[in-house]
Design a binder for this molecule. Structure first.
Ligand SMILES: Cc1cc2nc3c(=O)[nH]c(=O)nc-3n(C[C@H](O)[C@H](O)[C@H](O)COP(=O)(O)O)c2cc1C
Length: 361
């Protein structure tokens, strides 16, 4: 028997691995088999694409450690993406995916680059994809993963030909929908069985992943924990901000007036998020005084965050930049190698299965 610390600081007695541990690991492998077969990876854990963070080093580290890395194309053009894919392929022979934003003006070219490079999985994010984009990916021999922020959207994506779905709860870092993973999982998992579904948002421990696998998920997608890994190229100040933060520090952006919508983004509260409120109030005043048209005011609000994720991730401006982070940031307790993070997640799921078996017998 070994001791593991529970949340209240008390030691929980956990059975050691051994034959029982191997059996529990096999049980986990059976639970996420649909996910591992689909991804072609050892573990059904995706490293969710993160703009500026999910590049060759982090993506290859995740895939080389048994998970499934995903390049964030973000605003990259076709040439840059082509180079990033080639550089990642030079670092890993294992499968990885590419995340494309559906409203990218060169989406068709980006899809051609992915297909020509032999990328096996393309994740389409940021809105409902056109049927033609999905067809181009599938005709090129790659699989399409779509984002389903609600059951109705999941069904529509499956009808359109999505080969798998990600359901991402509002606990996640970055751009978010309004519904938590706790609710989305109940709304979607029992009703869509045709394709593998990966769950995301606020996940930081293996026990939680196990629970969702048992509800029917095929695997999980994590971002925040990997952003703070040793292999992540994020600035040390960005990673240290994650280590210091608690779940309650990762809040969605606030919209001041419903006439001027703000896309909700979850990140660490800082000087930038406070100045954003002042900026919205000032823009509103200028609109009301007739100084700005409605369109100009909306653009003014949207431009506030331009380039701010890069400033935080690459330049380390964690006070003025956009420090996107999920509520799972509270479970980042240090800067760890990717392999250690993945081992920890698997071990926590296995220990949970063992503990349950020891209670039953
Ligand atoms: C810094 C950061 C940047 C992100 N950028 C993107 C992105 O460019 N495209 C995307 O689809 N998701 C993006 N995400 C969401 C992740 O892919 C992932 O789904 C999410 O982080 C999962 O929730 P978690 O942060 O609680 O692990 C981002 C998340 C973070 C933390």
């Amino acid at each position: 028997m070994s001791a593991d610390l529970m949340a209240d600081g008390q030691a929980a007695v956990v059975p050691e691995a051994g034959p029982a541990g191997l059996a529990a690991r096999r049980q986990l492998d059976r639970l996420w088999e649909k996910g591992t077969v689909f991804l072609g990876s050892e573990l059904a854990i995706l490293g969710g694409a993160m703009s500026w963070v999910s590049e060759r080093h982090l993506v290859s580290a995740i895939s080389n450690s048994g998970g499934f890395g995903v390049i964030a194309c973000g605003a990259m053009g076709p040439e840059l993406l082509e180079r990033e894919i080639a550089a990642t392929q030079a670092l890993t022979e294992r499968p990885f995916g590419v995340n494309l934003i559906t409203m990218h003006p060169q989406l068709d070219d980006l899809i051609r680059i992915c297909v020509a490079a032999g990328v096996g999985h393309v994740v389409l994010a940021g809105g409902v994809p056109q049927a033609s984009a999905m067809r181009a990916i599938k005709d090129g021999g790659a699989k399409v993963i779509g984002f389903a922020p609600a059951l109705v959207m999941g069904r529509r994506l499956v009808k359109l030909g999505a080969d798998a779905l990600v359901i991402e709860g509002s606990e996640a870092g970055g751009h978010i929908g309004p519904v938590s993973l706790t609710v989305l999982a109940q709304e979607v998992l029992p009703y869509i069985r045709e394709v593998p579904i990966f769950v995301a948002g606020g996940l930081g421990r293996g026990e939680a992943i196990l629970g969702l696998l048992e509800m029917g998920a095929a695997g999980a997608q994590l971002g925040t924990r990997f952003a703070a890994s040793s292999e992540s190229v994020a600035h040390d100040r960005f990673k240290q901000a994650f280590v210091r933060a608690a779940a309650r520090d990762a809040l969605p952006s606030v919209q001041l007036d419903e006439r001027f919508p703000v896309i909700p983004v979850r990140g660490l509260v800082n000087d930038g998020t406070r100045r954003f409120l002042v900026h919205q109030a000032e823009t509103l005043r200028r609109f009301q005084s007739g100084e700005l048209t409605r369109e100009a005011a909306q653009l003014d609000i949207e431009h506030f965050w331009a380039g701010s994720l890069r400033r935080a991730v690459i330049d380390g401006d964690v006070e003025g930049g956009s420090v996107m982070a999920g509520q799972s940031v509270g479970m980042v307790t240090g800067i760890q190698p990717v392999r250690e993070i993945l081992d920890e997640l698997v071990d926590q799921a296995v220990q949970a299965l063992l503990l349950r078996d020891s209670r039953v017998s």
